[in-house]
Design a protein around this ligand. Structure first.
Ligand SMILES: O=C(CO)[C@H](O)[C@H](O)COP(=O)(O)O
Length: 231
């Protein structure tokens, strides 16, 4: 296991301490969240976590959770999620996030918005002073609008890449949309960029998660630290 993976695992192990039997748990996407899913399955097996149900934020997460025997439900059965544990691509000092590196941002944001307490788990490489410093902003667009929204993002000052899959074809999300990776560099006003993107007909969702997070658990060389939202 690489050092970064070991740190991701440590953050995940800390996060599952916040879970209680009987909870509805939002299951995040990506490698760090997957460590949390394995930890949840282990606690269930040890009898330390009973009667939980999970709502997965992507098909890969659904597949992993199902393979580990975690009972899954949808929003038809559960309207409110008690705790969601998810990863992030970048975290700023106000616990605002860039997510979507794995292309799951739309379902992840739906899950986050239905959650009472969102817990984000990262290794220290994800921490920055200003969003956009580390990671380009993923923007999910309908295929029809790829060129139009590319030009719009460029008009806002971003360098835009249409995300490709491993076969060199356009990446498709679980919702059959495309991802534009918009490199704005460090963003002075992420709120303004998010608001502008939310107005665009061709933009399904963007990877700015602003004000959705209660707690960020960061694993680093000096151990685990927790960043709590003010108020
Ligand atoms: O937002 C996400 C997927 O859309 C992931 O949570 C994010 O990309 C972090 O992934 P990882 O833990 O593998 O670095």
């Amino acid at each position: 296991m690489t050092t970064q993976d070991a740190l991701k695992k440590q953050a995940a192990e800390k996060a599952v301490e916040y879970l209680e039997s009987g909870m509805v748990v939002g299951l995040g996407s990506g490698s760090t969240a997957t460590f949390a899913i394995h930890a949840i399955a282990r606690l269930m097996k040890e009898g330390k976590l009973k009667d939980i149900v999970g709502i997965p934020s992507s098909t890969p997460t659904e597949e992993v959770a199902r393979s580990l025997g975690i009972p899954l439900v949808g929003f038809e059965e559960q309207a409110v999620i008690d705790v969601t544990i998810d990863g992030a691509d970048e975290v700023d000092p106000d616990l605002n996030l860039i997510k979507g590196g794995g292309g799951a941002l739309l379902r992840e944001k739906v899950v986050a918005q239905a959650t009472k307490k969102n817990i984000i788990i990262v290794d220290e490489s994800k921490i920055s002073d200003k969003l956009g410093t580390i990671f380009a902003l993923p923007v999910e667009v309908v295929p029809f609008a790829t060129a139009a929204e590319t030009r719009y993002l460029e008009s806002l000052g971003a360098k835009v890449t249409v995300r490709q899959n491993q076969l060199g074809k356009a990446f498709k999300t679980d919702n059959h949309n495309r991802i534009l990776d918009a490199d704005f560099g460090p963003m002075d006003d992420a709120v303004k960029i998010g608001a502008a993107l939310s107005q665009r007909a061709g933009v399904v969702e963007h990877g700015l998660f602003l004000g959705t997070t209660a707690l960020v658990i960061v694993a680093g060389a000096d151990g685990i630290r927790e960043m709590k939202a003010a108020g």
